[in-house]
Write a new protein. Structure first.
Length: 683
């Protein structure tokens, strides 16, 4: 049994004492009859207590939220030259996106240097997980059907959510478009066609049908095809400099979704969703040792069925139920790697059953509590030699309390988890007990709703993946979970209508994270056999700052500006190692973004700029591992009009305007200047 934090007085006792003292003190100073309860909607339309959503030029800030929140709405997403969810989240502060290049390249997110496995991804309120390798490829999720993207450091502040969302160090919520109809319209179709550089062709459609007053159907599909060949520059010390063409970067993919939306008698809602993603792609590989061509191939099929129900059946009570079954298939072929049976041909079959029940009860008009219980079963089959065929049973529970007054909000969570691991062959499974506390608060120090400060303390963990534990010649079944401790203090200021400045929003946070028992790979008897071990510790100190402005200019012209800056010092503090005190791989100390849009009548011009500072590709901060800074500029022109009284939108995008050659991941070159044409019609 492991506690998220050991030694001295445990934070659970401190958390509870502080919680009781503050609540009693503030309650004595407040008149409950005059307390105003603020409500807003969460990512799938549920009512959330104690948050106010204010819209800035680019982000929505939930000013009462004790957790830093960044949101890109549908309108804001349209102003970014983004093809997938992965492209859009690059504009969030504190985020490093690992992009292996091209339309079909793997794209994973790393928030505040905790690692991609510490960020939970939710799709319409249901988590997307991968017990095999812990990676969620965000390049698979198109923006055509996305209504909003929300990123929360720590966790979402709503206590009406599955326990899995509270256990993660960070959470990313993707919300698809909900059907909305006018009084005279019962159906609508949006057709989009994209064509661009590197052979990109991508038609998509979204169909919404009103079946009754309380029932609606939504169906969407998208097909993506690209050959993925683009020019890049390859340089080496000693004067070697050449321009080559990226090979084996093709992709053919199909995404389809079918959703049934229902409004319930108690004022709640229900969703039944079926999802399918199928793709075949080439894996271009790293450009090393003058090798420019790779022949590896990968096939993926992801299917899931998800049901959600949220409603109120008696006074002061709310119920949230989620059920999901998913099946993921992946196949990897490497003709260059020969086995006794021929070319390497690995197949993986991953299944998950997930169920979650959350009960929330309002004790007072300022105090709510909830209990969330999750149960999941993960299995993994493969055609690998000496594969153990693992099964993981996960039991998660979260008891939460949220108290809200006019100027003060406080939330406490006590998280408990039991992981039971079984394997069929060769090794012995293990189990883990984990308890973690969370305490967060936000406060309005002055008699104005424009300014608010917040802070949180959170302990969390992530289980080793099946690959970490059981992969042939690599896995270590005795691995312990990685534990993280997070501290954050921040403030938000929002103002409206100051002369020609229509709106202003400022947000800043300082934070400290510590990772204990970090899982790392160590070479064993030879470089083909590695051992996974709990050796690493990492200290992460950072600063995030966001500023957003909206200006009203003459001639009915509006200008929106957004600025993001991130400073991170992520240091390896593992004792008795040669890399003690070095910045961990692929973590720049300085990074930032600028976004802008100029709107005049039916025309819109968008410009965005991304900068990522110098980094190191390996643990040792030595010259041979140095990775140069990179930056890109993207430009887009959009025209909105009507065709036969139907809304028509035409957009032209120029990405990487100045044709910069750069690597996000060393030796995986990114495309130079490229173009995209978008046409969409609603009828």
């Amino acid at each position: 049994m492991y506690l998220c934090k050991k030694g001295g007085s445990h934070p659970i006792s401190t958390l509870l004492v502080t919680w009781v003292m503050l609540s009693n003190m503030l309650y004595a100073q407040s008149n409950p009859s005059k307390v105003k309860i603020d409500k807003s909607l969460d990512s799938i339309g549920r009512t959330v207590l104690g948050e106010i959503t204010l819209i800035s030029t680019r982000h929505k800030f939930k000013i009462k939220s004790p957790m830093p929140a960044q949101v890109l709405s549908e309108q804001q997403l349209k102003k970014l030259n983004s093809f997938s969810v992965a492209d859009a989240i690059r504009y969030f502060s504190g985020v490093q996106l690992k992009d292996y290049g091209g339309v079909g390249g793997l794209k994973t997110v790393n928030v505040r240097s905790l690692g991609s496995a510490h960020t939970a991804v939710f799709y319409d309120g249901m988590s997307i997980s991968n017990a095999q390798n812990g990676q969620v490829d965000l390049g698979k999720y198109s923006l055509d059907n996305i209504e909003a993207i929300e990123l929360y450091n720590g966790q979402k502040s709503s206590i009406l959510q599955p326990a899995r969302g509270l256990f993660s160090s960070n959470t990313l919520f993707l919300k698809t478009k909900t059907p909305h109809f006018s009084k005279t319209k019962k159906s609508q179709v949006k057709a989009t066609f994209k064509i661009g550089s590197f052979g990109l062709i991508s038609p998509s459609f979204l169909y919404q049908q009103k079946l009754s007053k309380k029932l609606a159907l939504s169906a969407s599909a998208e097909w993506v095809k690209a050959h993925g060949r683009y020019k890049y520059r390859y340089q080496k010390d000693g004067g070697y400099d050449t321009t080559a063409t990226r090979q084996n970067g093709d992709i053919t993919a199909l995404r389809s979704e079918l959703s049934l939306h229902a409004k319930l008698k108690g004022g709640g809602n229900a969703i039944l969703k079926a999802y399918l993603y199928n793709s075949e792609r080439g894996l271009p590989g790293a450009i090393v040792a003058n090798r420019y061509k790779h022949v590896q191939r990968q096939w993926d099929t992801n299917i899931f069925v998800h049901g959600m129900l949220q409603n109120t059946y008696f006074k002061k009570h709310k119920l949230l139920v989620n059920l999901k079954f998913s099946r993921d298939y992946s196949r990897y072929i490497d003709p260059d790697y020969k086995t006794l049976e021929g070319a390497l041909d690995n197949k993986y079959y991953q299944n998950e059953f997930y169920a979650s029940i959350v009960n929330q009860y309002t004790l007072k008009n300022w105090w709510s509590i909830s209990l969330a219980t999750d149960y999941s079963v993960n299995t993994l089959d493969a055609n690998l030699y000496r594969f153990p065929y693992p099964t993981r049973y996960s039991y998660l529970g979260a008891f939460s309390s949220h108290m809200s007054w006019n100027r003060f909000n406080i939330q406490a969570n006590l998280l408990g988890g039991y992981i039971d691991e079984h394997v069929k062959y060769y090794q012995q499974g293990d189990n883990q007990y984990v308890f973690c506390p969370v305490l967060s608060a936000s406060y309005q120090p002055f008699n104005t709703k424009k300014f608010r400060v917040r802070a949180y303390y959170k302990e969390s963990f992530r289980m080793p993946t099946f690959n970490d534990l059981y992969y042939t010649f690599v896995g270590n079944s005795s691995l312990r979970p990685e534990f993280t401790t997070q501290y954050n203090f921040g403030a938000t200021y929002i103002s409206q209508s100051i002369g020609f400045l229509q709106s202003l929003s400022l947000q800043a946070d300082v934070y400290y994270n510590h990772i204990k028992d970090k899982i790392i790979a160590m070479p064993s008897s030879n470089l083909f056999r590695w051992t996974m071990m709990n050796l690493g510790e990492v200290d992460i100190k950072g600063l995030e700052a966001n500023a957003n402005f909206s200006f009203q200019l003459p001639s009915k012209t509006t200008l929106n500006l957004g600025l993001n800056y991130t400073y991170q010092q992520a240091i390896d503090v593992t004792k008795s190692t040669t890399t003690y005190g070095d910045q961990i791989p692929y973590t720049p100390k300085h990074s930032g973004t600028l976004t802008s849009s100029l709107n005049w009548e039916n025309w819109q011009i968008n410009y965005s700029f991304i900068y990522t500072g110098e980094r190191y590709s390996q643990k040792a901060n030595i010259p041979v591992n140095y990775v140069k800074p990179w930056y890109t500029s993207d430009l887009a022109f959009t025209w909105n009009s009507k065709f036969l009284k139907m809304p028509l939108k035409i957009g032209i995008e120029v990405n990487n305007v100045f044709n910069q050659y750069y690597d996000v991941v060393l030796n995986f070159p990114m495309p130079g200047r490229n173009y995209r044409l978008n046409l969409s019609l609603i009828f």
